[in-house]
Design a protein around this ligand. Structure first.
Ligand code: FUB
Ligand code: ZN
Length: 662
């Protein structure tokens, strides 16, 4: 494959204790564990993500599906139509791990799967095991649900990651052959399919492939899929009608919800977050990326409007998105129920990547603020601290009994299962966590941005000469960030350092002298002129009581606690049952805690009170209002991401504030 690399992933070595732990978990637990699952070994209990008997939970069957498609085994496909993507994400996780650390055995495992993919792929490049095995007559004919291009998108992302980690082109060749097949079948020309996949993903993957290769045909194909979506809102339904005419329809004809698919109108006319949350953010990431490379202001403008609508009106304080299980979707402005939410892990990862894409286009720390909120909260909450149990949805309030007995809360799990019938989230986490360093910095033509306070080192090049930017942090009473820039070129290097909103009273010292901070769009700029520049930033980490917009009904009269980038929650284990009877009344203090399971964490201890249930309530459900009786109670908050790791119990992020009970 001819390549002229346009944009590389930042080369970042992470040394941060917090994130190294995740990197180790991915390598030592997640990758081997997930490999066993994909191979149907290890007696893993697979749960359905919600109460729905049609969800396939017997086995994963992913590798088996590929073996059947390759003709190496006999049988039928098992699992979701997009089961293939679990393997592609696993390969990407392996590749992102290999990019950090050599591992011959892991390379051999990936190479073995590439052997299998080569055989499974049809001669014309087609690759989707469900359609190859069980429904070849319907290839590309049920795009509203088929996920054929979605899966190829994940294949492309895996291929890029594996190439970047090892230099191997084998997987890229498979991906390229699959793209050639797609190009043969899709487009404006007579006889071609003029439409897109029901689930966006290939669009963003093609942008990334363009960045790797410089080959514009990938960018153009991405732009085509973005432009054709919603151009004809009846496209998916018309495909089904044609199948009917040709006698190809299987089962009853489904009703297409074009809003769910973000296909009711052209993407550039979409300015709010609607429909399926993961699809929306994957699409919007591609809009930002393709818009950036094509200098298409309309695409970028629409992407920004969608982003604004999400973060200003439709996002949970943890960064989670999606307010309903129905269609795993957004609902309307300020509708953010804490106990019925969706907040799918994949959607949080999608919003991270969408925000990162916008940051490449526009220097503004608001994007990094959201990336940080997601990474430290709504993303890592998706995984247990053992690396082997996962949340598909990430609630902000849980009562295990209600989750067990209220069918409308069947998706709101109080305990992380090992695996899901729909296993999109666990491998998505596995591919994201080793890549965390890439979000810490953004390299642009004229500046480098330091976005996230993660101990790490960026290695880059300026006019062909190397530079490094090292950052290390001490997060204590008075926190200290030390940044060193070393460079070989005599050119100036403009470094923008994000001052997080939680860093109070920041003082910047450059080469021993207090500098007047040149703050633009949330970044304070230092120009490194010499070979070596030493920068020091001191600040206090704020403990904030956050309140939500008054129109968020679920949070009225409540606060959520935040220290640094972490959102906190109450758990039954520390505070007893009936967390909703607790209120925050006084001072909050940080307390360092070394816990067998939670590790070294900073808890928050706060003065509070508990609403006492008098005896009179025994057999009474309602009464004339009286002033409630309360007793003082010490409240203990732990970082949200770490909830659900010790025992089964209630959890709550938003807590009543002071006199809310009166
Ligand atoms: O459809 C593929 C993935 O499965 C979606 O992104 C998730 O929301 C889940 O439905
Ligand atoms: Zn998912």
């Amino acid at each position: 494959m001819n390549k002229q690399v346009l944009q590389q992933q930042p080369k970042v070595t992470v040394s941060d204790r917090f994130w190294l732990k995740y990197r180790q978990l991915v390598k030592e637990e997640m990758i081997p564990f997930q490999w066993e699952v994909l191979n149907d070994r290890g007696n893993v209990i697979i749960e359905s993500e919600r109460d729905d008997a049609t969800i396939p939970t017997e086995k994963s069957h992913v590798i088996e599906n590929f073996k059947i498609a390759a003709g190496l085994k006999e049988g039928n496909h098992y699992g979701w139509l997009f089961q293939d993507s679990d393997l592609y994400k696993w390969i990407e996780a392996a590749a992102n791990t290999l990019a950090l650390e050599k591992d011959e055995a892991l390379v051999a495992q990936v190479e073995e799967t590439i052997d299998l993919l080569e055989v499974a792929q049809d001669d014309d490049g087609y690759l989707s095991t469900y359609y190859q095995i069980d429904a070849p007559q319907l290839k590309f004919r049920r795009l509203f649900e088929s996920h054929e291009l979605y899966c190829i998108g994940h294949l492309i992302e895996a291929a890029i990651a594996y190439h970047e980690a090892t230099g191997s082109e084998r997987l890229l060749q498979i991906a390229d052959k699959a793209i050639a097949c797609i190009e043969t079948h899709f487009g404006k020309a007579e006889g071609k399919i003029d439409g897109s996949d029901g689930h966006q993903e290939i669009e963003l993957a093609l942008v990334r492939l363009y960045e790797l290769t410089g080959n514009r045909k990938y960018l153009d194909l991405s732009a085509y899929f973005l432009a054709v979506r919603g151009e004809n809102p009846h496209f998916f339904a018309e495909q089904l009608e044609e199948n009917d005419r040709l006698g190809l329809q299987q089962g009853p004809k489904p009703v297409i919800n074009t809003v769910y698919h973000q296909a009711d109108k052209p993407v550039i006319e979409q300015d709010t977050a609607r429909g399926h949350a993961v699809r929306l953010v994957y699409m919007a990431q591609a809009m930002a990326g393709a818009g950036h490379h094509k200098q298409d202001e309309k695409l970028i403008g629409a992407a920004k409007k969608i982003w604004d609508n999400i973060v200003q009106k439709r996002m949970y304080v943890t960064g989670g998105i999606g307010s309903t299980v129905r269609g795993e979707a957004f609902t309307c402005d300020y509708d953010l129920p804490n106990d019925l939410m969706y907040c799918e892990t994949c959607a949080a990862i999608g919003l991270l990547n969408f925000s990162n894409e916008l940051l490449k286009t526009e220097t503004d720390s608001q994007y990094a603020d959201i990336m940080e909120r997601l990474l430290y909260n709504g993303i890592i909450s998706g995984m247990a601290l053992d690396g082997k149990h996962f949340f598909y949805v990430n609630p902000l309030e849980v009562d295990p009994q209600a989750s067990a007995l209220n069918p409308d809360k069947s998706h709101v799990k109080a305990k992380r299962p090992s695996w899901f019938g729909c296993a999109c989230c666990p491998p998505n986490l596995a591919r994201t966590l080793p890549a965390v360093g890439r979000y810490a910095f953004t390299q642009k033509a004229d500046e480098v941005l330091l976005n996230l306070f993660i101990d790490s080192e960026l290695a880059g090049e300026q006019v062909g000469k190397p530079y490094t930017i090292r950052q290390s942090h001490t997060f204590s009473e008075t926190s200290r960030t030390v940044i060193t820039v070393e460079k070989a070129s005599s050119e100036r290097l403009h470094l923008g350092i994000r001052i997080p909103y939680w860093a109070e009273n920041p003082v910047l010292v450059v080469d021993g002298e207090e500098a007047i901070a040149d703050i633009r769009n949330g970044y304070t700029y230092v120009t490194a002129k010499a070979e070596s520049t030493a920068i020091e930033l001191t600040y206090t980490i704020a403990i904030n009581e956050l309140e939500a917009h008054p129109l968020v009904k679920a949070d009225k009269g409540k606060v959520a606690l935040q220290r640094g980038p972490f959102i906190y929650c109450l758990e039954e284990q520390d505070n007893g049952k009936q967390l909703h009877l607790l209120a925050l009344t006084g001072a909050i203090r940080p307390r360092f805690r070394s816990d067998m399971i939670l590790g070294d964490i900073v808890c928050l201890e706060a003065e509070g009170e508990m609403h006492v249930m008098e005896d009179g309530w025994q057999d009474t459900l309602y009464r004339v209002h009286q002033k409630p009786q309360t007793v003082p109670k010490k409240l203990t908050f732990i970082p949200y991401y770490s909830w659900g790791n010790r025992s089964l119990g209630e959890m709550q992020v938003w807590v009543d504030k002071e006199d809310a009970h009166v």
